[in-house]
Design a protein around this ligand. Structure first.
Ligand code: GAP
Length: 496
């Protein structure tokens, strides 16, 4: 497991305007988060890095931005209405709901709860609870939906012979219902009436928007197989247990590619995309040792997949999925052809063959990638005898590229030069001006949000027309003529 704690990252994100709990003012809305002024830049840069790699730098890809609301038949064809479900259990006692596969099966002992009758007499309260130890039985008492006399000292005693193996409510030890299937798609209504005919879903994946546009794009862009379509956009899932900060939320963004290829070439393309996507994370700064590939076992494959490999990252919560690359075969296009009645076959002019293309799908989460980039970049270190916290983000991802400070804010001529330099740099890079604290503090602020370069205008600037430019990672300072600052930033920020 990554050494850093998720709480450290959550605190940094809140302190520095990166990520806030959703609807914070009203006490939060479970499974939602808001990206603040610094976070929105980071997230936009993650999306730009992806789009650049998979669309601009290639000649076999097209981009798309399909609507979130889609015709309800889409989700029948894709199998989501029928199969996008989790087994859920409800606690009969505290009424909380859990994913059946998240509740641990273990040995339980029955405990009776005793309350004081007189100073040294205890009486049975009539309540029984099930727990795996006396300690957890005591802890569960407070969660029971009954109240004992205020300040009462409660005792729990095992009931001899009442032991069983199974599942009980993890919150209060109560009995659970049998598992029931629960669809994860969020519903809403289109039009003025709330009736069944008007039900639409908030898309649970962006992929289907690509499949339904396959012919539109192939025809208008005169594409031949193999080619791919890339899309970034919001997806929604009514996750039962959203958790671990932005790792699993109810509203999130996906970056998905559907790559259409000839059946028979799919295995090769699958391995190709696994490799491409794994290396993308390294290219943008994730340390190799924090990434690994995990092939899916046959019994965990989605209904549409012939094969799948996850790119996993060593998150603070342990190794977990960052992105999945799946061989979806011709499943989706075949289904949409069936449900829409439209021909989705491809005619290969050269071989005179007609077929439904196979699809390789690299599907990643923007929020999850952002979390991995943040976790990997966070360092607590001592450099030049000074302790600091720094986000060593790849410069392409850094929310703010440069910060400019006047050494003395009460010298208007320094302030003027610093503000002019900021305005000039802003035309090309996201640059900020700051004079609200002493220089040391200003550096620390920028280090914590990962700004690669800080420039200081001092009294010497008035004579040598130069500024001090400080590198975030080495903390080395260099003197540079103002007129060369933009070129230097270009050099340092150029993407290889
Ligand atoms: N089209 C295939 C698909 O949606 P998935 O494995 O369900 O596959 C792909 O999702 C990626 O989307 C995941 O690897 C993850 O990065 C992201 N993702 C899925 N559910 C998420 C959630 N509830 N919160 C944040 N990211 C999520």
């Amino acid at each position: 497991m990554n050494d850093m704690k998720m709480e450290t990252l959550v605190a940094l994100c809140k302190r520095r305007g990166i990520i806030f709990p959703g609807s914070d003012l009203y006490g939060g809305l479970g499974g939602t988060f808001d990206f603040g002024p610094i976070g929105v830049e980071l997230k936009n840069n993650v999306k730009k890095a992806w789009w650049r790699s998979v669309v601009y730098e290639r000649d076999d890809m097209e981009g798309l931005d399909a609507a979130i609301l889609m015709h309800p038949r889409t989700w029948e064809a894709s199998g989501h209405v029928e199969g996008f479900t989790d087994p859920l259990v409800d606690c009969k006692s505290c009424k909380k709901r859990f994913r059946a596969d998240h509740v641990e099966e273990k040995d339980f002992q029955a405990f009776k709860i005793l309350v004081p009758e007189s100073e040294d007499q205890w009486k049975d309260s009539g309540q029984t609870l099930y727990a795996d130890s006396k300690k957890s039985a005591k802890a569960l008492v407070s969660a029971l939906p009954v109240t004992f006399p205020q300040g009462a000292h409660i005792r729990v005693e095992p009931v001899e012979g009442q032991v069983f193996h199974g599942k009980r409510c993890p919150e209060c030890g109560g009995e659970l219902t049998d598992p029931r299937m629960f669809n994860l798609m969020l519903k809403t209504y289109v039009g003025p009436v709330e009736e069944d005919a008007a039900v639409v879903y908030l898309r649970p994946e962006t992929a289907q928007g690509i499949f339904v546009n396959f012919s539109n794009i192939m025809d208008t862009m005169r594409r031949k197989i193999p080619f791919g379509i890339a899309q970034i956009g919001k997806s929604f899932r009514n996750e039962i247990t959203p958790r671990n900060f932005i790792f699993r939320t109810r509203e999130f963004e996906q970056m998905e590619i559907e790559f259409f290829c000839k059946p028979g070439t799919d295995k090769e393309w699958f391995e190709y995309w696994v490799n491409e996507r794994f290396n993308w994370y390294i290219r943008f700064g994730i340390r190799r040792e924090n990434l690994r590939l995990r092939p899916h076992e046959k019994d965990e494959l989605a209904h549409y997949a012939l094969a799948c490999k996850d790119v996993e990252y060593n998150f603070p919560i342990g190794w977990s999925e960052l992105e999945g690359i799946a061989n979806r075969t011709s499943f989706d296009l075949t289904q949409h052809q069936k449900f829409s009645g439209k021909d989705l076959t491809y005619f290969d002019e050269e071989t005179r063959e007609r077929y439904i293309p196979y699809v390789i799908e690299p599907s990643g989460g923007v929020d999850r990638a952002t979390l991995a980039f943040l976790a990997d970049a966070y360092r607590e270190e001592t450099v030049l005898d000074r302790e600091r916290r720094v986000l060593a983000l790849h410069p392409f991802l850094a929310p703010v590229k440069a910060a400019v400070f006047p050494l003395l804010k009460n010298r208007p001529e320094l302030v003027e030069i610093a503000k002019k330099l900021t305005a000039d740099l802003k035309k090309e890079f996201y640059t900020v001006y700051d004079d609200t604290a002493a220089i040391g503090k200003l550096y620390r602020r920028q280090d914590e949000i990962g700004t690669p370069f800080c420039m200081t205008v001092d009294v010497d600037t008035l004579t040598d027309q130069s500024v001090t430019i400080r590198d975030r990672d080495t903390m080395q300072q260099e003197r540079l003529p103002i007129e060369r600052v933009a070129d230097r930033l270009h050099e340092k920020l150029r993407l290889n």
